[in-house]
Design a protein around this ligand. Sequence first.
Ligand SMILES: [Mg+2]
Length: 125
Amino acid sequence: MEKEKILDREKFISQLNTTEKDIDKSWIMDVLRKSIDSNLHDGNPRGHRNLIIVMEELSELSKEISKQLRDKGDQYNILEELADVQLGIYYVQEICGVNNDDLHKAMNIKMRRLGEVLEEKGKYQ
Ligand SMILES: [Mg+2]
């Protein structure tokens, strides 16, 4: 691992001990919107670059899950990538105009369907 990445990782681990566990969603959304707006001058549609980064973060989480399945997993890496992807979901919601109510309804529909499959077939594959 390159030196800068090692330092970032050490800093992340040490900050875990001092950072609050509750999130302030309005602060997160404020910073997130500022980061989207910081790219408005680039000539692309709003959030274009941020959505590219979200795709990269999804890929990074995939890689960590793969490592986990190969017994090469690292809890701090999983935690970091999960945080990146959770924030990425906020970006997608903000940029694509998906509100929490609709997202939560969709999640309920999906889980209800899964529950029905489990009841009917006894397993989900
Ligand atoms: Mg990441």
